[in-house]
Design a protein around this ligand. Structure first.
Ligand code: ZN
Length: 177
């Protein structure tokens, strides 16, 4: 049996027996290995895609989370990719779902790894085609000028990193203090 923090199951997906954490022959890292059939269960991070939509007046869009984790905090629209869509398509779809907003002209802003959460977050800057409104998983939306970003109410470290990168592209810095 295993208590690996990122394991989605304690049982083998091939034969249903228990899993143990050990280094398979020829490997260098501990893996989840089936005690019965020896099948190796590799744990790979999941990709998340999102956008920072920017309006013609230079304001950027954030959404306030209506779900855990970090309920009530602000984040850019984003979520887990589905099989069959590109990262750009996933980012645009999540923006449509969470902010009722269409975007285009997506350009890569950054790729951020949250090692403990097991996710890789791909963030695009995008052109907003409208003003949007609160969508699923969102209690409200907000358009923020670069000097009005609510730094103390951001949801995740990736939110901080992406917004700092967005400011950096404009030669701006996060306010001190
Ligand atoms: Zn097995």
């Amino acid at each position: 049996m295993t208590s690996h923090p990122h394991a989605t199951s304690r049982f083998c997906m091939q034969c249903g027996r228990g899993l143990s954490e050990r280094v398979p022959r020829g490997d260098t890292m501990p893996r989840l290995v089936c005690d019965g059939c020896g099948f190796v269960h590799y744990l790979n991070p999941r990709p998340v895609a999102g956008t920072i939509p920017v309006r013609e007046d230079g304001a950027l869009l954030l959404v306030r989370r209506a779900i855990e984790p970090r309920l009530g905090f602000w984040v850019f629209p984003g979520g887990f990719m589905d099989v069959g869509e590109t990262a750009e398509e996933a980012a645009a779809r999540e923006t449509r779902e969470e902010a009722n907003l269409e975007v285009d002209d997506l350009t890569l802003l950054g790729v951020y790894t949250r090692t403990h959460a097991g996710v890789v977050v791909v963030v695009y800057e995008a052109r907003a085609l409208g003003d949007g409104s609160a969508g699923s998983e969102t209690s409200e939306i907000g358009w923020y000028a670069p000097d009005a970003i609510p730094w103390d109410e951001l949801a995740f470290d990736t939110t901080h990193w992406a917004l700092e990168a967005w400011l950096g592209k404009r030669g701006l810095e996060r306010p001190r203090g």
